[in-house]
Design a protein around this ligand. Structure first.
Ligand SMILES: NC(=O)c1ccc[n+]([C@@H]2O[C@H](COP(=O)([O-])OP(=O)(O)OC[C@H]3O[C@@H](n4cnc5c(N)ncnc54)[C@H](OP(=O)(O)O)[C@@H]3O)[C@@H](O)[C@H]2O)c1
Length: 361
């Protein structure tokens, strides 16, 4: 894999001093590492800050404060989704931060995701408008189709976010698929770009075949693919395919197992953070194991969106520009790959929502 085409976004603490420098102009050692954000190019868009804050499982009661703290720490990329049930709190945090002059609105990169119950073209715009209103922004930088899974529509007034069950109060609640061609959903996503409501559109949890097919039919190409990726799920072919198609990639669950341990979908022994290679590199660079794994993520050219609700981890997860792994170390981490996926609808949908729904096989 090629090394990231790095640019440094020099992030100021106030709205006046923001400057963007190319690598040749910027010396990373000139600035405290926290003020550095690596960024990756996105077709037909401004660059995407390579480190974003993930919001899945962030308690809505904490999301506003977390957002203010994250933006003060230097985060500029927020990875949201209607399904996370906390966008209105995130929006409060964004508005509060902008009012305090923590950052310029145009330096933010806001991502949200179209939930599975809104795939019918007539529902796409109303889903987006609800996310914009909750996030208190006029447009998104990126809107992703969350999963290649269409579920029977649940009106916003009935339940929001709808989650996976069609009717959670039914005697035997289950998810109910709705056969909507991806092309139809995508055309409605393209219209959001035409209307200036989103700057770029992309997909999540798609494989190469679905993307290839989408590319034959789209008017506006997907700019970004967001997929699970960490040292136990390296995904070299998928990432190479995207690179060759000029589609940027964002790795979700970049730390691997830790997100899934509290919800019973992984155990401590599944965590790459405890691997001896990661431990030894953490000692060598005087960094935490998480920083080694996250640095590997950005250094191979993916954006990463680590989630933390722990305020003192915000800085740790952003502080990745002050060291560089050697190419041999990058290769050693690549070789930990076990193709181990923690977030697999083909497994959890049947267990949790009564519907066998594989998407990767
Ligand atoms: N597109 C999709 O389908 C999809 C699916 C899953 C996730 N995502 C996105 O990707 C984001 C990240 O994925 P994720 O939340 O699954 O997993 P993750 O970011 O890899 O890991 C989060 C877990 O790691 C812990 N953690 C964070 N920083 C740490 C550190 N420095 N040291 C040790 N532990 C640390 C967190 O605990 P604390 O919070 O207690 O610090 C949390 O339990 C999500 O929040 C979401 O935005 C997208």
């Amino acid at each position: 894999m090629t090394t990231l085409e790095v640019t440094f976004l020099v992030v100021s603490n106030g709205p006046k001093n923001n400057k963007r420098k190319t690598r040749s102009q910027a010396n990373p050692l000139d600035y405290p590492s926290m003020n550095h954000q690596l960024s990756i190019p996105v077709s037909n868009s401004k660059p995407m800050p390579a480190i974003g804050l993930g919001y899945w499982k962030v308690d809505p009661a904490e999301a506003a404060k977390l957002t203010v703290e994250a933006l003060k720490t230097g985060y500029r990329h927020l990875d949201c989704a209607s399904d996370y049930g906390n966008e209105s709190s995130v929006g409060y945090g964004i508005a509060e931060s902008l009012a305090q002059g923590v950052c310029n609105p145009e330096d933010l990169w806001d991502t949200s995701k179209l939930w599975n119950t809104f795939h019918r073209p007539e529902h796409v715009k109303s889903a987006l408008l609800r996310s914009l209103s909750d996030l208190r922004v006029d447009y998104l930088d990126l809107y992703l189709i969350h999963f290649p899974i269409s579920l029977k529509h649940v009106p916003i007034e009935t339940r929001y976010p709808a989650g996976w069950f069609f009717d959670p109060s039914a005697l035997s609640p289950r998810m109910v698929p709705d056969a909507v061609p991806i092309r139809e959903t995508w055309q409605a996503m393209e219209e959001l770009v035409d209307a200036g409501l989103v700057r770029s559109i992309g997909v999540s949890n798609f494989g190469t075949s679905l993307i290839r097919d989408l590319l034959t039919q789209c008017r506006i190409r997907p700019s970004v693919l967001q997929v699970e990726s960490h040292p136990y799920l390296v995904q070299p072919k998928l990432l190479r395919y995207c690179r060759e198609e000029s589609i940027a990639t964002t790795a979700f669950s970049p730390l691997g197992a830790p997100s899934y341990i509290p919800i019973g979908m992984a155990t401590e022994s599944d965590s790459v953070l405890n691997h001896s290679l990661i431990l030894s590199l953490a000692t060598k660079y005087n960094k935490t194991q998480a920083q080694i794994v996250l640095r590997w993520g950005v250094q191979r050219g993916t954006a990463i969106v680590p989630k933390t609700s722990t305020l003192n981890r915000l800085g740790e997860n952003l502080d990745l520009a002050s060291f560089e792994l050697t190419s041999q170390e990058m290769e050693s981490i690549n070789s930990l790959d076990k193709n181990q996926r923690f977030n697999d609808p083909g497994a959890f949908c049947e267990k949790a929502f009564g519907c066998f729904f594989p998407i990767y096989e």
